[in-house]
Design a protein around this ligand. Structure first.
Ligand SMILES: CC(=O)SCCNC(=O)CCNC(=O)[C@H](O)C(C)(C)COP(=O)(O)OP(=O)(O)OC[C@H]1O[C@@H](n2cnc3c(N)ncnc32)[C@H](O)[C@@H]1OP(=O)(O)O
Length: 416
């Protein structure tokens, strides 16, 4: 087979259309199903300025995109990121290095632009570690069997400090940008989204695969300010003559604890529903502890969500806050030669500095491993136990945990 060449698709309508169909094929959807209307929407509204692909004749057989993103860090700051998305290589062209040929120049360009980190949501665990990405946030999918939970039919949403109301899709669309921004501000690991995304997930525009039609509820605090939203589906089941339905959360944003509790309470108090499936929920959601018998909530699945690829260690480490004072010398290995080196982090509640140093290292780790604890997700001591971090100074892992760990775990509810 002749050597294929990588091309940018921005500004070339035919190439961009083939690229969109290539993404569908690569994700095992039918490119032929992209309607003319959807193609026009995607070409007009999808951020394709950095999209590249490999073409075999007219067919786009490999796709890759990246776009600017803001990620909330610990302490509520924001870091600029290079978000990687729409990575596909069609089955006919896999394992010939096409992904590698798209990824490497993109990471180098992000580094040149000065973005401290690249991000993605990994379809499969084993794809991206080799490129220096590490999983930085996780999720837990809970299944609550209400009959086991202490539920006696009397649960309701009475007595909340605020108010819940059912709303239609258009109202969710109207409220989502502000709700999401409020939630994002206090949640390390959350990323910004654009209007195209909001239009799609609230079905204001028709795209495929279509998001499921949902029931929607909004929680407003005592001042009437929207603080949370849940969109859920209900599979009704009366086969046995008794109601045995399942409610599944498709989207939930809560800007504070009261909103989060209220939304779970609504779901748990739905009549006809005997099972509540949380979908990929924040890993430390209060859901099980809201139940008289938390064992009624069983873990269906756990997994990783946002992956981080540090590109500039000092810029990244100084973009978050630290609850304690301390110093740490990190030897960061980067086989791709983008972000490696030995760095001294001097951190404290009033700020942090980080710069290259010749001091001997306390800890040695691969660049992707930094992604694992940067937002407070993994414990460094546990990473030492797993031999993902080497500890050279006694107590250095514990010191790192005092600096990096957070009260609540980071959380990225969005797939991009
Ligand atoms: C951010 C996102 O968009 S996530 C979505 C990722 N896309 C998908 O999952 C769609 C289906 N899969 C695909 O499209 C392709 O298989 C891709 C994109 C994952 C990989 O593309 P390829 O061009 O085959 O990857 P490439 O040939 O560059 O592989 C580089 C290395 O990664 C390895 N690798 C690639 N994919 C996988 C995988 N799924 N599991 C394990 N290893 C993998 C290859 O074996 C190769 O290893 P080597 O260098 O030791 O030989």
């Amino acid at each position: 087979m002749a050597e294929l060449e990588m091309r940018a698709v921005a500004g070339d309508r035919d190439a961009a259309s083939a690229w969109v169909r290539g993404v569908f094929t690569g994700f095992l959807d039918r490119g032929a199903d992209v309607s003319q209307e959807e193609m026009e929407l995607r070409l007009a509204r999808q951020e394709l300025s950095r999209a590249v692909g490999f073409f075999d004749g007219d067919r786009c057989v490999a796709t890759f995109n990246s776009f600017p993103q803001r990620v909330t860090t610990v302490g509520g700051g924001q870091v600029s990121a290079n978000a990687v998305s729409a990575v596909t290589v069609t089955a006919t062209h896999r394992r010939r290095g096409l992904l590698t040929r798209m990824m490497l120049p993109d990471l180098r360009a992000a580094k040149e632009r000065g973005e401290p980190v690249a991000t993605l949501i990994a379809a499969e665990y084993r794809i991206y570690g080799r490129f220096g990405f590490g999983p930085a946030t996780g999720f837990v999918n809970w299944r609550v069997r209400k009959a086991r939970s202490g539920w006696d039919g009397s649960w309701s949403t009475a007595g909340l400090a605020g108010e819940l109301s059912m709303v239609e899709d258009a109202e969710v669309r109207r409220l989502l940008p502000e709700l999401h921004a409020n939630c994002r501000a206090g949640t390390p690991g959350m990323v910004d989204r654009n209007d195209f995304h909001w239009d799609r997930i609230t079905r204001q525009i028709t795209t495929s695969p279509a998001p499921p039609a949902t029931l929607n509820a909004v929680y407003r605090d005592a001042d009437g300010t929207p603080r949370g939203v849940v969109c859920f589906t209900v599979a009704k089941d009366w086969d046995t003559g008794l109601p045995d339905g399942t409610a599944t959360v498709r989207l939930m944003y809560a800007a504070d604890d009261a909103a989060e509790r209220a939304l779970w309470r609504l779901l748990l108090s739905l009549d006809w529903v005997t099972t509540v499936d949380s979908g990929p929920a924040r890993p430390d959601a209060p859901l099980p502890l809201l139940l008289p018998d938390p064992r009624a909530a069983s873990v269906v699945e756990t997994g990783d969500q946002l992956w981080l690829r540090p590109l500039d260690v000092p810029a990244l480490l100084t973009a978050r806050s630290y609850p304690a004072a301390g110093e740490l010398v990190l030897e960061v290995r980067d086989p791709l030669g983008l972000a490696g080196g030995r760095f001294l982090l001097s951190a404290g509640p009033d700020g942090a500095s980080c710069a290259a140093t010749t001091r001997s290292a306390d800890l040695t780790l691969d660049v992707g491993t930094l992604g694992r604890f940067y937002l407070g997700e993994d414990s460094v001591a546990a990473l030492v136990a797993a031999e993902l971090v080497a500890e050279h100074t006694n107590g250095a892992a514990d010191r790192a945990d005092l600096l990096f760990r957070t009260g609540r775990r980071p959380w990225c509810p969005d797939i991009f």
